[in-house]
Write a new protein. Structure first.
Length: 671
């Protein structure tokens, strides 16, 4: 038996309520994951519900993996056998692998990344007869928006999203048709297609939706406030034969409207499922009372929300601070000076985060951290899987898995160099189009071009090798056979850069090695390629919370900080036109999401919170006066304001130390 005695009363009620619709409002730091994990364990161990009847969905692979790990610690393998713990997109892939044939696709489809998508859009725009030129990224973005709203190419001209006077909408209508036809011809999907096609499958074939609803008799959805229209439609279909649906979320942390998330899904859940039981998790185990008090005061100003007030037993703690600084450079200087002081008192840099609304706020902080020789990590930038060498290797693996993938083929046909130029490629592309055959099949008939013959033989040979040998051994053999390391060395003049690129390839192999260790017999080429193409941003970078935690300060946007926590948080730029953002103010939009962003930032802090604003900033070359954010003006005095521009609240020793370090570092940087 699984004991629930370690849960608080609300958590225990949530874990024990299994039948019927349940809405768990889980505030920041309220032990949501622990509650959901024990709920699953209770269902499996205590209620003897078969694992194959339970579906739990989260938004990231990282969150799904954490849930799997926690359940594994509570329940033996035999009991949890068959349970599905996945992301929406992984679930979508699973459904499509089984039933996409209803929509005219083969179940061995490929998932295209952004570069592959852009290639098709570029091709579509070239064939669109117009004297105007169009930005392919705008067209691609509109297609993604339409898919996330469940609008097909045929439905687009009749939808609210279509403006007949907008030239871009006319181009998008043509390209959207062209794009989808090409994808289906290549037996490929893009990332947005995964949920789009699942919903289309469920709508056109209700018996398929019924099959999955009867299979998954108990459904849990995490981070429900972040669901969009397609995900909501999936959930409706999956509960078509029952109402055993438990959603967990916090409307106060709904900050992804720009990605299509619809807060009304959680706010209106009780209307969709009238017999809903609502359980509020209001005990915060993360932050001290002064920090939580400030957070409660920030968010209570939002009117369209589920009423709840977070509480904590951690009553001791420092009052949050609001620092007034001179300008952006001074703001960065005083924050980094405080970080150095914290470090001198034994604080690990990995326990410190600098959070901001906009990436434009970063450069002064990066400069000051570098000057002060403080290690730091900016979450963002180029992702590992977007690097050229990694994309080359993924293209090889994709092509070996699915030779019909023309974009993967074209990427690596002459990588490394095989003497296959654009003239030869275009000739074969023409033949493929004329004969209505796939390019790889046309190339397979080539008898004269030695480079093409070797390439085709290579791909066919590795289809066999990957079937016969372990994943990592096969990848290593492939890299060695195509002499990819030599190719890297010849491609870069800089030895240092070439070394870095070689290290990237080795890291890719390590990724495959970890995958093989974890999945054993299921570590097939198909599953590995699928995992790579579904990897989300949290899987692709060294984010806080990884096992290999590096001792460096973390800088990230407020959007990126959700779900994370730090002992010491600097929430910078608490100004009008930064938080709330200028665009929201000028548009006259509802600022409630901006306030939720502020709430998310505040609740990342465990022990100490320091907010900052600048009295002026350089904008378009001119120093412009700045003003405190309304989000702090509205508050009662639940924080202490300190004017750092006049050193008024610092001791003589602190002022001397500050000046010595600040100006000393500045002079060192100018030498």
């Amino acid at each position: 038996m699984i004991s629930l005695s370690g849960l608080n009363p609300e958590q225990r009620e949530a874990a024990e309520t299994v039948n019927g619709p349940v809405l768990i409002l889980a505030g920041a730091g309220s032990g949501k994951t622990r509650t959901v994990t024990y709920r699953i364990a209770h269902m499996l161990e205590n209620l003897k519900i078969p694992g194959k009847e339970i579906l739990a969905v989260s938004f990231t692979n990282k969150a799904a993996a954490e849930m799997k790990e926690r359940v594994a610690h509570l329940v033996p393998p035999k009991v949890r056998k068959g349970i599905t713990l996945s992301t929406f997109h992984s679930l979508g892939i699973r459904i499509l692998r089984e039933d996409i044939h209803h929509l005219g696709y083969n179940n061995l489809f490929t998932i295209y990344d952004q570069a592959d998508q852009m290639s098709i859009v570029r091709e579509g725009l070239k064939s669109y007869r117009s004297s105007k030129t169009y930005d392919k990224s705008i067209v691609m973005s509109k297609i993604g928006l339409l898919k996330n709203k469940g609008i097909s190419p045929e439905e687009f001209p009749k939808s609210r999203e279509y403006d007949p006077e907008n030239n871009y909408d006319g181009a998008t209508e043509y390209v959207y048709h062209f794009y989808q036809e090409k994808l289906q011809f290549y037996n490929a999907l893009d990332f947005d297609d995964i949920l789009f096609l699942v919903v289309r499958l469920f709508r056109q074939f209700p018996e398929v939706a019924k099959k999955y609803s009867q299979r998954f008799k108990y459904i849990m959805i995490d981070e429900y406030q972040d669901t969009n229209q397609l995900q909501f439609s999936m959930i409706q279909a999956l509960t078509s034969t029952h109402e055993n649906i438990c959603v967990v979320g916090d409307d106060d942390q709904a900050i992804y409207a720009f990605r299509g998330a619809d807060i009304s899904n959680i706010l209106n859940f009780e209307k969709q499922y009238p017999n809903t039981k609502v359980i509020k998790l209001e005990e915060n185990y993360r932050s001290t009372f002064p920090i939580l008090d400030l957070a409660n005061q920030v968010i209570k100003e939002n009117t369209n929300r589920k009423e709840k007030t977070m509480r904590t037993s951690l009553h001791e703690g420092e009052l949050p601070l609001l620092w007034a600084t001179g300008d952006s450079d001074h703001e960065a200087a005083v924050v980094v000076e405080e970080i150095i002081k914290l470090q001198s008192h034994g604080v690990h840099l990995s326990d410190i985060a600098i959070l901001y609304r906009s990436n434009t706020q970063v450069p002064p902080f990066e400069d000051q951290l570098r000057i002060s020789q403080v290690p730091y990590n900016i979450i963002g930038g180029q992702k590992f899987y977007e690097k050229k060498e990694i994309k080359d290797l993924i293209a090889y693996l994709t092509l070996i898995q699915n030779p019909r993938d023309e974009l993967a083929l074209r990427r690596v046909l002459n990588v490394p160099h095989r003497g296959i130029g654009s003239v030869t490629l275009n000739k074969n592309l023409g033949l493929a189009q004329e004969q209505k055959r796939h390019l790889f099949h046309v190339l397979s008939d080539e008898e004269e071009h030695e480079g093409i013959k070797k390439f085709v033989d290579l791909i066919k040979n590795y289809q066999r090798i990957f079937h016969e040998k372990p994943l990592v051994e096969s990848i290593n053999q492939l890299i060695e056979e195509i002499q990819y390391y030599d190719f890297i060395d010849k491609s870069y003049d800089s030895t240092k850069l070439a070394h870095r690129k070689r290290e990237d390839v080795k890291n890719f192999i390590m990724t495959a090695d970890r995958f093989q260790d974890r999945y054993h017999d299921d570590a097939t080429l198909k599953n590995f390629v699928e995992r790579l193409l579904l990897a989300d941003s949290q899987d692709r970078q060294n984010t806080p919370g990884d096992d290999t935690k590096i001792n460096e300060v973390t800088l990230m946007t407020l959007h990126g900080s959700k779900g994370l926590e730090y002992d010491f948080v600097f929430l910078i730029g608490m100004e009008e036109e930064l938080l709330p953002h200028k665009k929201t103010i000028l548009d006259g939009s509802d600022i409630s999401e901006e306030r939720r962003l502020c709430y998310v930032g505040v609740t990342r802090a465990r022990r100490k919170l320091i907010m900052t604003y600048a009295k002026e900033r350089k904008i378009y070359g001119k120093m412009i006066p700045r003003f405190k954010s309304r989000f702090v003006i509205e508050l009662d005095k639940c924080f202490k304001e300190v004017d750092r521009t006049n050193f008024g609240d610092m001791s003589e020793d602190e002022v001397a130390d500050f000046k010595k370090n600040f100006f000393g570092n500045l002079m060192d940087s100018l030498k």
